[in-house]
Design a protein around this ligand. Structure first.
Ligand SMILES: *Cc1c(COP(=O)(O)O)cnc(C)c1O
Length: 231
């Protein structure tokens, strides 16, 4: 088993090579280290190895980590992203915890986040999650409702819509995920042609982040390739 810092170095290297293959700048891709089920001690070590952006998929789990004294280092700002599905009744916590919420998938959720952000005078950065996979377990708005949802999110004063996110099905061969990443980018390009601004594409995980970068990802969400397999 490799050390954490070796894993991280390897991921950065693979990100850089995938970016160059696609004629992109490595610095244009942000690594979000996915820390669900990962201990605070391990996250602290990841910070010491240079990571600053962490992704969690549950509000409650994130809360203990965000508030942990072990992760408060003088002069170092770390940021937390919510990458998992958000229930409306957790929106009031989410706006306090997360710099970016990747998983807006309905008008109702957008409105709930907006009103809770307003209460703390925050403009909350968000992404819309698009469901491109037929699997029951996947969340997101369907592609034909994307422009409608983008328009209504755009009207909410305490939300700042930054882009799109998707989770394709798991494939043993990452090439099989490519059409899903391409579809998200195409949807973004078409929405931008209609006047929306959606610079960020959050797509790609441990098994397929290089393919996602080749297809335009600006954020990759990588967990097990950094921290090891989850139990
Ligand atoms: C768990 C998770 C990831 C990271 O998955 P790995 O395969 O461990 O890299 C990325 N995105 C979401 C939404 C997740 O829930």
């Amino acid at each position: 088993m490799n050390s954490l810092s070796e894993n991280i170095e390897t991921i950065y290297d693979r990100i850089a090579r995938a970016a160059r293959r696609a004629g992109r700048e490595p610095g244009d891709i942000r690594l979000i280290a996915v820390t669900k089920t990962v201990s605070v001690e391990m996250i602290r070590r990841a910070m010491e190895a240079g990571l600053r952006v962490f992704g969690e998929n549950r509000v409650q789990e994130a809360q203990t980590k965000v508030n942990s004294d072990q992760l408060k280092v003088k002069g170092e700002k770390i940021s937390w992203h919510l990458i998992g599905h958000l229930q409306r009744n957790k929106a009031k916590y989410a706006v306090r915890l997360f710099e970016l919420i990747h998983s807006i998938d309905s008008d109702e959720l957008a409105e709930e986040i907006n009103s809770n952000a307003a209460k703390i005078n925050k403009v909350q950065d968000v992404l819309i999650e698009v469901k491109l996979s037929p699997e029951e377990t996947k969340h997101g708005v369907s592609p034909h409702r994307l422009n409608e949802l983008s328009a209504s999110v755009g009207l909410l004063k305490n939300l700042n819509l930054r882009g799109l996110m998707t989770v394709p099905p798991f494939f043993a061969d990452p090439e099989d995920a490519r059409p899903f990443f391409r579809e998200l980018r195409d949807l973004r390009d078409r929405a931008e042609a209609m006047g929306f601004s959606l610079p960020e594409l959050s797509m790609g995980m441990s098994n397929d982040f290089e393919v996602a970068i080749e297809e335009g990802a600006t954020m990759v969400r990588v967990g097990s390739a950094i921290f090891g397999e989850r139990k």
